[in-house]
Design a protein around this ligand. Structure first.
Ligand code: BGC
Length: 732
């Protein structure tokens, strides 16, 4: 995010002209408020939907007739710097007021949650990360950027790059999984995708990195919960994706809800000012999460709302999302001498710089002709959503080689999840249309499958014995779609039990009892505890929530027209009680093993069900001849990978290292590189990696990066567990 000299000067000139009120206005983010017409307050209405007092459909009906206040008068008066919304016509109307009717004509940022696509919804992040393909991450983000901009959204509240190691947390679905290296690659590619194409005025948006920071480490996976960690862990695991994205030029950052070591991230001077703004020289602006400044009072860190506002502004929080605490209190605080105006100048300079870089001063509107064509999804977008879907599917088990299916087989498709358009979408997608969604039922039909559909049961639907009997009578094979409803993941959707919900396990048992072969397709937004399923079913496919092309992607993989190539971006536990579980945990003095006095559970042992990086193909790969050479400033690592099966396939070759002895305990393995190879049956390839020695260090508890001489292990394999290994001593 770089400004030309002329742009930077324009920012300064504006700043000089602004009144205190206008400055504070720029620091205020509003969303349309719902007004009037209800017997209860809007907040109460939301509660009523959430606790089931009124059904969702009723709520939608009420909302469609509700009046909204778009804060036109506030915008006119220069009291709003940014708005939320996804309606291009409304965006133009509001932008016109800001540009033509406010005193200084400063355009609005228009923000919206475009986490995994706008109208073209592609796979949820945890799924897409498993493609291990940065170029794909970049291309899907670019598609989302263009679509957003065409809808008046010039600021995407994405990417979410929270490293998350506890699958109980509902928001694992929104991010790239448990590993800092993969998450950093994801973060960089997403920033490039969202912001990098400046070839036209409408092709890019400002990204908003979130949630800064360590939100994914909320205690026991319970959303909004406290976070406590050593600085070394913060620097080594949770900060890297943010740092990578800032280096890539991320324009904005959203602070997280959680407190970190006792200080809410909304007003955390250490993370916002010292690390982000000073150490990393982040030039953009920071926005709070929704309502978060007010919540600092509830946290018990600020006496009252005015104090929370002052503390946040001083800590480096540039924009207030949704509380109007800045709007209503900062002027008084400055007049009373509780806040220095320099904090406001800094914040406003950052906000105006982002607006300037976005080109909003010259190009604030969505062109009319684009609004007119918004309704049709271009084929190129559909193709990309399909490609992303196919590449995100992870084959977990295929013991009896039931897959791929042949089109002559009669399929009994089972499970309510298989036929509901809203279930392919995943958490945090809001601008999709049901008519765009291809369910698994639709996808199989599109492929010309010989098929009958029997709902039989689902996460919240009771089991139906008659339908199970009918499914058994019809098909040569049963394809059972099981897992979680979309609403079971995402924000405020933490779970204390992540095993198969409802009566689905029983349903699977009954299907198995029929004696027909059963293939289980999983639709879910988090790693689930699937010990029972892995023990009883020969065939398991992780299909996640893949977006609007889900059904087509799944059908192509089932029929072998696309070969499964996804890998897990998160470890799958056997049982919920193993959470948090992740491959790159610190070494213990008693590493888990079969013997009793080691780091293990009596009832779950010491290992995961499926490790990070795991995923099968319709063929098999063999790894040989690992060679590691010390080349001075880097290691040259190579390995021979052979396709030992009968079909072509794609393998993600993964490079890990272990720093065996360190001045603080180091992880048992750390991902340091990956590359995808496509191999015909019987073919081999020599795969090479360059591992820079400068990347082999770690941060200590003072946030200092250290490279320590000693023994290192280099691992290469097709997942984080099954690797070849070579040990060497290094001097830096
Ligand atoms: C979420 C953010 C989101 C924001 C605005 C919050 O509740 O935590 O991820 O960007 O709402 O919609």
């Amino acid at each position: 995010m770089k400004l030309t000299q002329a742009q930077a000067e324009k920012v300064e000139a504006l700043l000089r002209e602004m009144t205190l009120d206008e400055k504070i206005g720029q620091m205020n983010l509003e969303s349309p408020s719902i007004v009037g017409g209800f017997d209860v307050s809007f907040e109460e209405l939301i509660e009523m939907v959430n606790d089931g007092r009124i059904p969702q459909e009723e709520f939608v009906k009420i909302m469609s007739t509700a009046k909204r206040d778009f804060h036109e008068d506030d915008i006119r008066a220069g009291r709003v710097g940014a708005m939320m919304g996804d309606d291009p016509v409304k965006a133009n109307e509001l932008q016109k007021i800001a540009v033509e009717e406010s005193r200084l004509g400063i355009p609005l940022m228009m923000g919206f949650d475009v986490i995994h696509g706008f109208r073209t919804v592609y796979p949820i992040a945890i799924a897409e990360a498993g493609s291990f393909e940065p170029d794909l991450f970049r291309r899907t983000a670019r598609m989302a950027a263009r679509e957003s901009r065409a809808h008046g959204v010039n600021w995407n509240f994405a990417p979410m790059v929270d490293v998350a190691r506890d699958a109980r947390w509902g928001r694992v679905s929104e991010g790239p999984g448990e590993d800092p290296y993969l998450a950093s690659c994801f973060a960089r590619a997403k920033i490039d995708g969202l912001q990098g194409d400046t070839s036209s005025k409408e092709s890019y948006v400002a990204a908003c990195l979130k949630h800064y920071v360590a939100y994914g480490a909320c205690e026991s996976g319970r959303d909004y919960n406290t976070t406590t960690m050593a600085n070394s862990l913060l620097y080594n695991a949770y900060l890297p994706p943010f740092k990578a994205a800032v280096e890539e030029g991320a324009a904005t950052v959203m602070a997280s809800f959680n407190d970190l070591n006792g200080v809410p991230c909304t007003l955390n001077r250490f993370t916002l000012r010292e690390i982000l703004k000073e150490c990393w020289s982040f030039p953009g602006f920071v926005v709070s999460d929704a309502n978060a400044i007010r919540e600092c009072v509830v946290h018990g860190i600020a006496e009252d709302e005015p104090t929370a506002g002052v503390m946040a502004a001083q800590a480096g929080m540039d924009m207030d999302m949704g509380t109007e605490i800045y709007l209503n209190n900062l002027k008084q605080a400055i007049e009373d001498g509780r806040l220095d105006v320099a904090y406001l100048d800094e914040a406003v300079r950052r906000i105006l710089s982002v607006k300037m870089w976005l080109g909003l001063f010259d190009n604030p509107y969505v062109p009319e002709e684009q609004i007119a064509t918004n309704e049709v999804i271009p084929q190129t977008n559909l193709d990309l959503a399909l490609e992303a879907g196919e590449k995100s599917i992870v084959l977990l088990k295929n013991d009896d080689n039931l897959l791929p299916l042949s089109k002559s087989q009669k399929i009994s498709l089972v499970g309510t999840l298989a036929a509901k358009p809203e279930e392919v979408i995943g958490a945090w997608a809001m601008s999709w249309k049901p008519s765009d969604c291809v369910t698994i039922l639709d996808g199989l039909k599109n492929q010309g499958a010989a098929l009958e559909y029997f709902p039989c049961g689902g996460p919240d639907a009771p089991m139906n014995d008659e339908e199970i009997a009918a499914a058994a009578a019809y098909g040569d094979v049963i394809v059972a779609v099981v897992g979680e409803n979309v609403t079971m993941t995402g924000e405020a959707s933490s779970k204390a039990d992540i095993s198969m919900p409802g009566a689905q396990r029983e349903m699977l048992q009954k299907l198995l009892d029929t004696g027909k072969p059963v293939i289980a397709l999983l639709m879910n937004g988090r790693p689930m505890a699937l010990e029972w399923e892995a023990e009883h079913l020969s065939t398991l496919v992780e299909c996640w929530h893949l977006g609007i092309q889900m059904g087509n992607a799944v059908a192509k993989v089932l029929f072998g027209e696309a070969v499964p190539q996804g890998k897990l971006a998160s470890t799958f536990p056997k049982m919920t009680g193993q959470c948090p579980i992740y491959y790159n945990h610190p070494n213990t003095g008693r590493p888990g093993s079969k013997s009793k006095f080691t780091s293990r559970y009596l009832d779950a042992g010491f290992s995961e069900l499926f490790p990070f990086g795991y995923g099968l193909s319709y063929t098999t790969f063999q790894y040989d001849d690992l060679a590691v050479e010390d080349k001075g400033d880097h290691l040259a690592v190579s390995v021979k990978v052979t396709n030992t099966g009968k079909r072509s396939g794609v393998e993600t070759v993964q490079l890990y290292m272990q720093d065996v002895v360190g001045s603080i305990v180091r992880p048992v393995k750390e991902l340091k590189g990956f590359t995808k190879v496509s191999l015909e049956a019987g073919a081999s390839a020599q795969v090479s990696f360059t591992l820079n020695k400068s990347d082999m260090g770690f941060y200590n508890n003072d946030g200092k990066y250290l490279l320590e001489d000693g023994t290192f292990r280099i691992y290469v394999g097709g997942n984080s567990r099954d690797c070849l290994m070579q040990e060497l001593r290094l001097v830096f």
